[in-house]
Design a protein around this ligand. Structure first.
Ligand code: SF4
Length: 90
C-alpha cells in the first residue's frame, strides 16, 4: 500500500485521502512513512531551501498594521527595542 500511494503522489501529485492516511498510520512505522514522505518532498520541492531574514529597521515606527510584526507602530508591546538598525547599514 505505501509503495502504491507513494508512487501515485510522486508520479501524479495525488495526495492520500484521509482514509488512506489513517490506514498508512496503522500499518507502517514512522521510519517507513518518513522515507515515503521524503521521496514525495524531493519530487515536488527538491533538495534546496530558500531562506530569508528580517532586521530591526523601524523598531515600532512602521505606519503599517501587519498583525504579526513587532515593528508596527499600531501595536503596543510591553517591551520596545528602540535601537533600530542604522539606515546606512541596510
Ligand atoms: S508592520 Fe508590516 S510593513 Fe511594517 S515592518 Fe512590519 S511587516 Fe513590514
Amino acid at each position: 500500500m505505501i509503495s502504491k500511494l507513494t508512487g501515485r503522489a510522486v508520479n501524479e501529485g495525488l495526495p492520500a485521502t484521509v482514509e488512506e492516511a489513517l490506514e498508512l498510520h496503522q500499518l507502517y512505522s514512522t521510519t517507513e512513512l518518513s522515507k515515503a514522505a521524503d521521496a514525495i518532498r524531493l519530487k515536488w520541492c527538491g533538495d534546496k531551501i530558500h531562506t530569508c531574514s528580517i532586521v530591526n529597521a523601524r523598531s515600532g515606527r512602521c505606519s503599517e498594521n501587519c498583525k504579526w510584526c513587532a515593528q508596527s507602530a499600531c501595536h503596543k508591546p510591553e517591551y520596545r527595542n528602540t535601537n533600530a538598525y542604522p539606515k546606512e547599514k541596510l
